[in-house]
Design a protein around this ligand. Structure first.
Ligand code: GLN
Length: 330
C-alpha cells in the first residue's frame, strides 16, 4: 500500500491498533503538562505541499526535548558552516545512551550532534558566536519551522536547568577537553531552552515536512534551513537519531528520525512528507513505546523506507533482538 489519497482513516486505524499498548514509563523529570495523561496518543502526517492530517490528541502540547537536536545542528551549520561545527563534533553513532559520557571520556570529542554531549557542544558554539542574542536567534529558527512564534514552557525549562547535573557534568568534561569555552552556564541555558520549546503533533509533522521539503516550510513557504545543509541533518538523523537503537530503527523503519523523552518521535520521508507520533510512555532507550511500534507498521504499510519499502521492502514485520535488552537480561 502506498500513502492513500485521504490518510485520515488510516491514521485513525493506526491509533486503534496501538492504543492498548501501555508499556513503558512517562519521564519522571517532566513537570506540568508533559506528565498529564500517560495514555495521550496522537499521529500526524504533513506533506511537502502543506497538507496536514492527524488523529487522536493532535493538539495536546508537549516539549521538544531531544527532538530539538537536529534543528540546532542545522542552525549551527547555517550560521557557522560545516567546518567550524565539525571541528567540535564528529558524525559517528555511539551505540550508547543519549546522555552517555563514556565515549567522550575516551575520545575527547562528542561523537555526533544527536546526543547530549554533541548538542551541548553545538549550544556552546552558537552561544559563543552571539552571547546576547543566541536564545532569540534560536527561537527565531524554531519559529520558521513552526510557522508561528516559538514558545518555551517555563516549568519544563526551569526543571531542565535545575536538574541538569548530568548535562553539566558533560559540559564540564567538554570544557576539560577544550571542546567548549568557559561559559558553561550559557551553553546549558541554551540547551535547556531548546528542550522546553512547546508544540503539538501536527506541528511536529510540519517541522519534519520542512526537512522533507529541502528546508522550506510547506505552509509559509519560508526558508527554515539552507537546502545544502538539510542533507547533513537527515544523514545524522538516519545514523544517530535514535541513539543506541539507530541500527534497529534503520532496519525496521528505514527513515531519518528523532525522538525526545517527552514522547514525541518524528521521521522524514525526503521529498514527500513529515511524520509524527506522540505518546509519552517510554522504553529503556528514551523512545515512545507506541511511537516506535506505530512507525514500524506505518513504514511497512506505506512502503516508506529510503532504501526501499518498509521493513524488508515487502511490508513484512518480524522481531529482531535488542542487544541492550538482552545484555540487561543476562
Ligand atoms: N532534556 C533531556 C536531557 O537533556 C533531553 C533528552 C531526550 O529527550 N532524550 O536529558
Amino acid at each position: 500500500m502506498n500513502a492513500p489519497q485521504d490518510p485520515a482513516p488510516y491514521l485513525r486505524d493506526l491509533l486503534e491498533r496501538f492504543r492498548e499498548l501501555r508499556e513503558g514509563k512517562v519521564q519522571s523529570s517532566l513537570p506540568g503538562m508533559d506528565r498529564t495523561g500517560p495514555d495521550t496518543f496522537a499521529i500526524a502526517v504533513a506533506t511537502t505541499d502543506g497538507q496536514v492530517w492527524s488523529a487522536g490528541d493532535d493538539r495536546h502540547p508537549f516539549s521538544l526535548q531531544s527532538i530539538s537536536k537536529p534543528f540546532l545542528y542545522g542552525m549551527a551549520l547555517d550560521q557557522l558552516g560545516r567546518e567550524a561545527v565539525h571541528r567540535k563534533v564528529a558524525v559517528e553513532p555511539t551505540g550508547e545512551a543519549f546522555n552517555s559520557l563514556t565515549e567522550l571520556e575516551e575520545d575527547h570529542l562528542p561523537y555526533n550532534p544527536m546526543i547530549n554531549s554533541g548538542a551541548i557542544a553545538i549550544s556552546a558554539l552558537l552561544h559563543h558566536a552571539a552571547p546576547r542574542e543566541s536564545q532569540q536567534r534560536m527561537m527565531g529558527m524554531f519559529g520558521e519551522y513552526l510557522g508561528r512564534a516559538a514558545l518555551v514552557h517555563d516549568a519544563v525549562k526551569g526543571r531542565e536547568l535545575e536538574g541538569a547535573h548530568r548535562n553539566r557534568a558533560i559540559a564540564h568534561l567538554l570544557r576539560h577537553f577544550e571542546v567548549i569555552g568557559d561559559d558553561i552556564d550559557g551553553a546549558i541555558r541554551l540547551y535547556a531552552w531548546q528542550c522546553a520549546v512547546m508544540l503539538d503533533t501536527r506541528e511536529l509533522a510540519l517541522m519534519a515536512a520542512t526537512l522533507a521539503n529541502g528546508g522550506v516550510q510547506p505552509v509559509t513557504g519560508r526558508c527554515a534551513i539552507q537546502r545544502r545543509h538539510v542533507r547533513d541533518v537527515l544523514t545524522l538523523m538516519f545514523t544517530c537519531g535514535m541513539y543506541d537503537t539507530s541500527g534497529t530503527w534503520a532496519y525496521h523503519v528505514g527513515l531519518p528520525a528523532k525522538s525526545g523523552v517527552s514522547g514525541g518521535v518524528m521521521a522524514v520521508v525526503p521529498g514527500r512528507m513529515g511524520l509524527a507520533v506522540y505518546s509519552p510512555r517510554l522504553d529503556a532507550h528514551g523512545h515512545s513505546v507506541r511511537g516506535v511500534e506505530v512507525f514500524k507498521a506505518w513504514a511497512a504499510d506505506w512502503g516508506l523506507g529510503v532504501l526501499g519499502g518498509g521493513e524488508h521492502g515487502d511490508g513484512s514485520v518480524h522481531p529482531v533482538p535488542d542487544p541492550a535488552a538482552s545484555a540487561q537480561a543476562n
